[in-house]
Design a protein around this ligand. Structure first.
Ligand code: NDP
Ligand code: GDR
Length: 361
């Protein structure tokens, strides 16, 4: 019998890579998607299977982490061996605008799923993965950060994720559930949402290269992050649920770069050489033709910033037998190439006034 997995957040970056991975491993994969007035399944459309054909192994269900009854219904119907809770309002800056919603979905949403497992008496059968985050470290207390580093969250997002982290640990200890936290550092890909900094940079620079856009506006250039590839990191999510006992793991590359450096690398991959001038608050970068292409805009500064994150993944290396396969250079190249291709398509439409539209029923 194929193992059955349920993924919340299946329409997101990680959800798409994880669904692909589990399908390759022979799982029957179920995903929860939210009702939306527009299609929100672009990242997983290639996995879509016609519901009229018998024997599907990829099935989507409408649900929401804010809605207990939908979660209980889906868990009961699907009877999953593994649940991956990836669903979240995952944007740190947005969490300052929508703190209550973020707390509800990212914090209480996790409790709702754990309760669904418990109420349905599935605690002995169903293994649970919680998408925890390096944002928990916030104002860092120790460098590099390990599984033992104290937390100091710095945003409504991180505070909500702190609740989710501890309720996962609590259900493991209180009810003996196989429930674990992956404390994942930033991971990116061509599927990354367009408003996260890496994708914002690669997309904007590709469009600037083709003359579709003049400038890229950024916030804190001095921010330091430990960036890996999402494809590597979903492999770790799966491995965490295959151990004898549930444990929490830091997943990171152990290498740190600034937002300014990431921008320079992405520009270089497009043969744009940036010359930076300024002090972080009033700062710009010119290309080799003397055009200003990057400008700091304080609107992107956050009310409280996480200045530096650097993970120590040694415990995961030791216990899960893993090392990241993609280095930052490869990640930047893959993202830039994908965004250049998309920009070329937009340019074609702009210059020739037509595009090829696909209609999905
Ligand atoms: P994305 O923002 O790409 O995806 C988030 C997913 O959650 C989307 O499918 C979204 O649906 C869904 N979602 C949002 N709100 C709800 C809700 N109320 N009910 C159900 N589903 C909802 O995030 P990532 O794929 O990058 O990240 C996956 C998880 O890992 C998140 O929990 C994130 O907080 C966490 N994380 C991410 C890291 C990273 O660097 N990427 C690092 C550490 C943790 P829709 O498509 O409809 O918006
Ligand atoms: P982060 O990712 O907040 O680390 O959360 P993001 O890419 O949004 O920001 C990283 C750093 O870049 C700085 N920055 C900007 N950020 C954005 N979005 N837009 C800008 O214009 C900009 N300019 C500078 C930010 O201030 C920040 O310091 C991500 C999310 O995926 C979370 O869900 C996840 O938990 C963490 O990574 C680990």
């Amino acid at each position: 019998m194929a193992k059955v997995a349920l993924i919340t957040g299946v329409t997101g970056q990680d959800g798409a890579y994880l669904a692909e991975l589990l399908l390759r491993k022979g799982y029957e994969v179920h995903g929860i998607k939210r009702r939306s007035s527009l299609f929100n399944t672009n990242r997983i459309d290639h996995l879509y299977q016609d519901p009229h054909i018998a024997g599907r192994n990829f099935v989507l269900h409408y649900g929401d982490l804010a809605d207990s009854t939908s979660l209980i219904n889906i868990v009961q119907k699907v009877q999953p061996d593994e649940i991956y809770n990836l669903g979240a309002q995952s944007h740190v800056a947005v969490s300052f605008e929508q703190p209550e919603y973020t707390g509800n979905v990212d914090g209480l949403g996790t409790l709702r799923l754990l309760e669904a497992i418990r109420i349905l008496g599935m605690d002995a059968k169903t293994r649970f993965y919680q998408a925890s985050t390096s944002e928990l470290y916030g104002l860092v207390q120790q460098v590099p950060q390990t599984e033992k580093t104290p937390f100091y969250p710095r945003s409504p997002y991180a505070v909500a994720k702190l609740y989710a982290y501890w309720i996962t640990v609590n259900y493991r200890e209180a009810y003996g559930m196989y429930a674990c936290n992956g404390i994942l550092f930033n991971h990116e890909s061509p599927l990354r949402g367009e408003t996260f900094v890496t994708r914002k940079i690669t997309r904007a620079l590709a469009r600037i290269k083709l003359g579709l856009q003049d400038k890229l506006y950024l916030g804190n250039l001095d921010s330091l992050r430990d960036w890996g590839h999402a494809r590597d990191y979903v492999e770790m999510q799966w491995r965490m649920l295959q151990q004898e006992t549930a444990e929490d793991f830091v997943i990171a590359t152990g290498i740190q770069h600034s937002v300014r450096e990431f921008t320079t690398f992405a520009a270089r991959a497009l043969r744009i050489e940036l010359e930076w001038r300024g002090n972080g608050v009033e700062e710009t970068a010119m290309d080799q033709n003397g055009c200003t292409v990057v400008v700091v805009d304080p609107r992107y500064f956050r009310p409280a910033e996480v200045e530096t994150l650097l993970g120590d993944p040694s415990y995961a290396h030791e216990r899960l037998g893993w090392k990241p396969t993609v280095k930052l250079e490869g990640l930047v190249k893959e993202m830039v190439e994908a965004d250049l291709l998309a920009a070329e398509r937009d340019q074609l439409v702009k210059e020739h006034g037509y595009g090829v539209y696909e209609y999905h029923e």
